[in-house]
Design a protein around this ligand. Structure first.
Ligand SMILES: NC(=O)c1ccc[n+]([C@@H]2O[C@H](COP(=O)([O-])OP(=O)(O)OC[C@H]3O[C@@H](n4cnc5c(N)ncnc54)[C@H](OP(=O)(O)O)[C@@H]3O)[C@@H](O)[C@H]2O)c1
Length: 258
């Protein structure tokens, strides 16, 4: 089994990091000295622009196109990272979706559950002892068994929660290999495309969240995701960002890991 030496920059693969929270996480981790692999599905130019911005700021980044919902594409993504850099130290499972206009009915489960466990399984043989998997989710998904998700978001919430549960079911394998696993769950994040879309479609759902206090920013949430890659915490620990009202309500058994 390989181990981290601490002398080389960590190789961090962030799924869906061409924009939004994933892109900001890439900026934060590159600023801390990691080499970040910016995975995108379609927006190659946007990913390349981000990698160039990181390099201009003195950091190290590369881009890797892959549709993680396609098992062959996901396999090639992990294999190519390992072939190019010789290893993979951290996997940040950030990419998410299912609200796309032309999405097939089973696409949300394919992407938010099956692709997440598939990537974790593909990465597992390469991650060194001390390596880390971080799963990024929303309070609307994490708490969906006990709290109603916003209208139109129910299917995404259920699929992301199913992804979290399926990853938690793999913690025995993570433990066997000495790999950390952390979940980062956030309230609606201000300024993101998802919240802007939701605000247009169902303004009350967003107003209801704002009434609870300021929504976390992309920078705050991305910093929590970046911190989770080094956090000294028990396997399966959940980091919560924003939405204090969610935390004061009864939680599910999985959430009690936090
Ligand atoms: N936005 C919020 O308010 C909020 C709140 C809490 C938690 N989160 C969580 O934070 C994470 C990121 O959210 P976000 O708002 O930044 O998302 P976003 O703006 O919708 O960005 C999604 C990213 O995922 C990529 N992607 C989508 N489908 C993919 C696929 N099949 N294969 C590879 N990449 C794919 C996209 O790449 P392309 O652009 O190249 O297609 C894009 O880079 C998600 O896990 C989300 O649940 C978000």
């Amino acid at each position: 089994m390989t181990t981290t030496t601490g002398t080389e920059p960590r190789i961090v693969l962030i799924t869906g990091s061409s924009r939004g929270i994933g892109a900001e996480t890439a900026r934060v981790l590159a600023g801390r000295g990691d080499h970040v692999v910016v995975n995108y599905r379609e927006k190659r130019k946007r990913a390349e622009t981000l990698a160039a911005e990181i390099a201009d700021a003195g950091g190290s980044a590369s881009v890797a196109g892959a549709d993680i919902a396609d098992p062959e594409s996901a396999r090639a993504l992990v294999e190519n990272v390992v072939a190019e850099f010789g290893r993979l130290d951290v996997l940040v499972l950030n990419a998410s979706g299912g609200l796309e206009r032309d999405a097939a009915p089973d696409y949300a489960m394919l992407l938010n559950r099956d692709a997440q466990t598939g990537l974790a399984a593909l990465a597992l043989p390469h991650l060194p002892a001390g390596g880390r998997i971080v799963f990024v989710t929303s309070h609307q998904a994490h708490f969906s068994p006990t709290r109603q998700a916003p209208p139109g978001y129910e299917q995404i919430a259920a699929s992301k929660r199913a992804g979290e549960d399926a990853l938690r079911a793999m913690t025995g394998e993570f433990a066997d290999r000495g790999i950390g696993f952390t979940v980062v769950s956030g309230d609606m994040i201000d300024g993101t495309i998802i919240v802007r879309l939701l605000e247009r479609r169902d303004p009350d759902a967003v107003t209801e969240r704002r009434d609870q206090g300021d929504l976390p920013t992309v920078e705050e949430f991305a910093t929590a995701v970046a911190d989770a890659t080094t956090l000294d915490a028990p396997l399966g620990h959940t980091v919560y960002v924003g939405g204090q009202d969610f935390l004061s309500e009864p939680t599910t058994p999985a959430a009690s890991h936090g």
